[in-house]
Design a protein around this ligand. Structure first.
Ligand SMILES: [Zn+2]
Length: 214
């Protein structure tokens, strides 16, 4: 290669089907496997940055009935070394019902306290302020990352237009706001207004993507 030539390397595809097959049926184990791979490449997210989640149906120990539970990276820690004790598990219906007591932007802090009332697994890590960003989206598996390439677009002056053109309308756009309850509601609103999108770019910040499987 002649000096002065720049090369661009795609990120490595680290997912191993054989490894995933060993974990088949355990959505939480698959979430941890995926999270560790994503956190292993600093081009995909910075150290300690981003969070991941999955939603599963579990038996509620209080009632014996089937209930939807969201496992999401808790407060602190890093995706690359995430273990089960770094996850928070919350009742999805309780988390969503907090909409009814949300008093508005000035009261974001009291919502974080209320996340603790939604805890399903008693060994949960404390839920982070990013919890509602995963909770209000209806998808089974969600990644929120800070990839270098996405941030280059998200932080560009014309980020919204670039996102629309580059991804042909398949990615939504939400303007930057500090993560919290309001942002969770805004992500859901973006999805409702743009059905069929594959993810959402958060201005000046990063990316949300989702799927049916890990
Ligand atoms: Zn973030």
């Amino acid at each position: 290669m002649s000096s002065g030539t720049k090369t661009f390397k795609h990120v490595s595809y680290l997912w191993e089907e054989s490894k995933a097959a060993e974990l088949a049926g355990d959505e939480v184990a698959l979430l941890i496997y995926r999270s560790n791979l994503l956190g292993a490449d600093l081009r995909l997210t910075n150290y300690g940055g981003g969070n991941t989640s999955c939603k599963v149906i579990s038996k509620d120990p209080l009632t014996g009935t089937e209930t939807e539970v969201m496992w999401v990276k808790g407060s602190g820690g890093d995706l690359g070394t995430l273990k089960k004790n770094g996850l928070a598990a919350l009742y999805v219906d309780r988390l969503r019902s907090l909409k009814n007591v949300y008093r508005g932007l000035q009261y974001e802090d009291e919502m974080v306290e209320l996340f603790n009332h939604c805890i399903f697994d008693l060994a949960s890590k404390a839920p982070s302020i990013d919890t509602p960003l995963h909770g209000f989206l209806p998808f089974k598996h969600i990644d929120h990352l800070h990839p270098d390439a996405a941030i280059a677009i998200a932080a560009a002056k014309d980020g919204k237009r670039i996102t629309k053109e580059l991804f042909n309308g398949k990615l939504g756009w939400v303007e930057w706001r500090k993560p919290g309850f309001e942002l969770g509601l805004e992500l859901k609103k973006c999805l409702d207004e743009n059905p069929g999108i594959r993810g959402i770019m958060l201005g000046s910040h990063g990316l949300f993507t989702w799927g049916d499987t890990a």
